[in-house]
Design a protein around this ligand. Structure first.
Ligand code: HEC
Ligand code: HEC
Length: 185
């Protein structure tokens, strides 16, 4: 076979195999059991019992928290959960490449001056390469990816989750970096 002809023959073969694949798929569909008579639509899964693409029945959310320095710290949702933001974030967002107001108050060297909880060791550590960093890890730069401001909104579904903390301190402090390899080493 000439080397010029070879790619053409190869594409024809690939096409044949693909066509054969399509035919056998059609057979499979014909043999499939009939679709249920009552199909569920996306809206049937709405906790609000309203169409998903509307705001109807959504609880009214009130974002009304005290300023940083005046808020109460709630318990962690579970051991080593990212704590929720207890204060308002007025004027602090968005976080940009050059401005990160959260870091200004929460970096370990600054936090005491503001009475803020210092960022934990895990935020100044390159976990993937297992090396400590001298500054905030890029993976933790965008705080609101994980730490959420709180709205006063009613529950759509009763929450029966109850957290278990191995030590009492874990209700208000995290220690992820210390225990990351627990059970591994
Ligand atoms: C002006 C300083 C300041 C700024 C800016 C600030 N915080 Fe705070 N933050 C505090 C203080 C002080 C507390 C402790 C609670 C209080 O006194 O209001 C706190 C508490 C928190 C907590 C709860 C910590 C815990 O122990 O439960 C989180 C999470 C948090 N802040 C995240 C953020 C994020 C995210 C941003 C940016 C959107 C931010 N903070 C901006 C001062 C600040
Ligand atoms: C990728 C998710 C993620 C991002 C981004 C992130 N955090 Fe966290 N944060 C966590 C988790 C998870 C914990 C609790 C476990 C631990 O120790 O790391 C935590 C804990 C904290 C705590 C509590 C420390 C303690 O001693 O209990 C503070 C304060 C905090 N983060 C602030 C920040 C600030 C400020 C930023 C942005 C500069 C930020 N975090 C970015 C996930 C994140």
């Amino acid at each position: 076979m000439s080397t010029k002809l070879f790619p053409t023959v190869l594409s024809a073969l690939i096409l044949l195999v693909a066509l054969a694949g399509c035919t056998s798929e059609q057979v499979a569909v014909k043999d499939a059991p009939p679709a249920p008579e009552v199909a569920l639509s996306g809206d049937d899964f709405s906790y609000r019992n309203e169409p998903l693409l509307t705001e109807l029945g959504a609880p009214k959310s009130v974002f009304d928290a005290p300023d940083p320095g005046d808020s109460e710290l709630p318990e962690r949702s579970f051991e080593n959960a990212p704590p929720v933001i207890p204060h308002n974030v007025d004027g602090l967002l968005p976080i940009t490449g050059t401005e990160n107001a959260c870091a200004e108050c929460h970096l370990p060297d600054e936090a005491a001056d503001y009475g803020a909880t210092p960022m934990p060791a895990s935020h100044l550590y390159d976990i993937r390469r297992d090396v400590p960093l001298r500054e905030l890890s890029g993976a933790n730069y965008n705080c609101t990816l994980c730490h959420a401001p709180q709205a006063n909104a009613g529950e759509l579904v009763e929450n029966t989750f109850s957290p278990y903390y191995r030590a009492k301190e874990q209700k208000e402090r995290s220690n992820l970096l210390d225990i990351l390899n627990e059970g591994v080493e």
